[in-house]
Design a protein around this ligand. Structure first.
Ligand SMILES: Cc1ncc(COP(=O)(O)O)c(C=O)c1O
Length: 351
């Protein structure tokens, strides 16, 4: 079976470009972006900066490179970076924060993904010959491993105040920042105005095939452009990526609300199934995380049983299985997934 025949709820990264994106790619005006001469890239970068209320933006191939470039552009080697202990940068980016950027990540636990400002204050130590220089506080919004939870503008303001009062920069991995904005029904600038700089992804719920943007002040973006080049991320006729990105920013943001409704429907259905654990308070955007520890099986066994019923989900460890809704997943697919989950739970419970 190809993935097209499954209800694929592993991630919103599996979304395919829309017809309008493919058309825009076909007709994009192109140039050499390393020379700054790709008009479509320039247009996307200007649009991204404007949407985020910042001075400038630079297009990079992936969210992982966006985070790495941003870390490198906000710090110097040997600095200390405070981040949430379940952060994508800490878990899933191959240790690039240390291996490439040369930084010491300092993980801080939180309940729902938003760092507690008092905890941030505690880990910022005074200058001392023994300590690395603290340089940066990072947040992730929405927070992936916490289940797509939103770090609110108010929480960002409070964390940012602590960072700023100690002279630290404040960065947001906003891979899914539009999900956060749509969830609270506010303009994305309500979030971005509290951070010095951020990245967001085009290739998740916004359905683009590839691309992320690093956004901030002109100085920061100039450094980011150079660090992108160091990492080999300078692209030539990148307008073929940017063309889809422009369509995404103009047409794909509001529909994220449908994904959130579908995730809620799935979560409420799962909450009625005996044997599953689910924290409905965490279901704020497009993700649903089930706790299957009560079934006494490995997550991989659960996801294989689901796959046999035509549903793909992600095993994320410690008895947790993740489902993500996105464009292409309609209510009928969510109902199919719910039925499959119910059957799998019943089969595994009666073993
Ligand atoms: C919060 C977060 N940040 C960064 C990334 C990395 O993005 P990419 O897969 O484009 O490298 C992801 C990917 O899922 C993510 O969820």
């Amino acid at each position: 079976m190809s993935n097209r025949e499954f209800v694929d709820l592993r991630s919103d990264t599996v979304t395919l470009p829309t017809e309008e994106m493919l058309e825009a790619i076909r007709h994009a005006k192109l140039g050499d972006d390393v020379y700054g001469e790709d008009p479509t890239v320039n247009e996307l970068e200007a649009l991204a900066a404007e949407r985020m209320g910042k001075e400038a933006a630079v297009l990079v191939p992936s969210g992982t490179m966006a985070n790495l470039v941003s870390l490198m552009s906000n710090t110097k080697r040997g600095d200390l970076v405070i981040l949430e202990s379940e952060a994508h940068m800490y878990w899933y980016e191959v240790g690039g924060i240390s291996a490439v950027a040369g930084l010491l990540p300092w993980p801080v636990k939180s309940k729902f993904g938003a760092l507690n400002p008092a905890d941030v204050e505690t880990v910022i130590r005074p200058k001392n010959v023994h300590f690395p220089e603290p340089a940066l506080v990072c947040v992730e919004n929405t927070h992936n491993r916490h289940g797509g939870t939103v770090v609110s503008p108010q929480q960002l303001r409070e964390i940012g105040e602590v960072a700023g009062s100690h002279g630290l920069r404040f960065y947001m991995d906003g891979a899914r920042i539009f999900n956060a904005a749509v969830s609270l029904g506010v303009d994305v600038k309500e979030f971005t105005k509290h951070v010095d700089n951020l990245m967001f992804c085009l290739s998740k719920g916004l359905s683009c095939p590839v691309g992320s943007l690093v956004v901030g002040s002109c100085d920061f973006v100039e450094r980011a452009r150079k660090n992108r080049k160091v990492l080999g991320g300078g692209m030539r006729q990148a307008g073929i990526i940017a063309a889809a990105g422009i369509v995404a920013l103009e047409t794909m943001v509001d529909r994220l609300a449908d994904d959130h409704c579908n995730a809620r429907f799935l979560a409420e259905g799962c909450a009625k199934i005996d044997g599953l654990g689910i924290d409905l308070a965490r279901v704020q955007t497009d993700m649903v995380i089930l706790d299957i520890l009560g079934l006494g099986v490995e997550d991989a066994m659960f996801t294989s049983a689901l796959k046999a019923k035509g549903v793909l989900a992600g095993a994320i460890g410690k008895g947790k299985v993740r489902f993500v809704t996105h464009r292409g997943i309609e209510r009928k697919h969510v109902k199919h997934a719910l039925r499959a989950i119910e059957e799998v739970v019943s089969e595994l419970s009666s073993r």
